[in-house]
Design a binder for this molecule. Structure first.
Ligand SMILES: CC(C)(COP(=O)(O)OP(=O)(O)OC[C@H]1O[C@@H](n2cnc3c(N)ncnc32)[C@H](O)[C@@H]1OP(=O)(O)O)[C@@H](O)C(=O)NCCC(=O)NCCS
Length: 167
């Protein structure tokens, strides 16, 4: 994502999250928080149609706990594989960047409304599983999903790492 994309990303945010407000302010302040927060965008014919926001939790650590804090695809472009592609193409870039400062990814955390189909997307792309459900958090129950010991292979494939018990 570049500075010039902030407005277009805010438009996607506004369309995709009708319960949230002040889209431009939200996207602008997060965008400024690099490297803690990093956005990637999806374009179709020069138009921004989706974005993903990754956030490093609790400091720039050697073993990074990364949160997929938010992602959205413009409603008329949903269901075409753009969300899947945003995850699969941006995570290897983050992983590479983290490696450049001699750190590595440990776990990826993502939360979503318990009834959001995004849960299936996170399970199939990240191998994330539900570890907790928090009742009545934002607008409904929220699930906390974690992809533990995640590995991004040299061919950019995202695979589950060895389980904690085996380490
Ligand atoms: C969640 C979201 C980003 C997914 O992006 P997308 O481009 O529509 O998703 P994809 O087309 O890549 O679909 C990926 C998977 O998600 C699931 N999925 C997507 N749309 C679905 C639907 N309408 N019903 C059920 N599952 C669905 C499926 O598992 C799908 O995989 P499959 O096609 O192999 O079955 C998008 O729907 C969106 O912006 N929603 C509104 C905002 C939001 O809820 N964001 C997530 C919370 S932060």
């Amino acid at each position: 994502m570049a500075d010039t994309d902030v407005h277009a990303v805010a438009v996607v945010h506004k369309e995709a999250f009708p319960r949230q407000s002040e889209s431009l302010e939200w996207i602008s302040c997060n965008y400024k928080a690099y490297p803690r927060i990093q956005y990637f965008v999806a374009e179709s014919q020069g138009q921004i149609v989706g974005y993903i926001e990754w956030l490093q939790k609790s400091g720039l650590r050697k073993e990074v706990i990364l949160e997929l804090e938010q992602m959205a695809v413009a409603p008329s472009f949903q269901g075409k594989g753009i969300g899947r592609s945003l995850i699969q193409k941006s995570l290897p870039l983050i992983s590479q960047q983290v490696a450049e400062r001699r750190a590595s990814l440990k776990h990826v955390i993502v939360t979503t409304r318990a009834d959001n189909h995004a849960q299936r997307l996170y399970a199939s792309t990240l191998n994330a599983t539900v570890e907790a459900t928090i009742s009545n958090l934002y607008s409904a129950d929220e699930v906390v999903m974690i992809a533990r010991n995640i590995l991004v292979e040299d061919n950019n494939k995202i695979v589950p790492g060895p389980s904690d018990q085996l380490i």
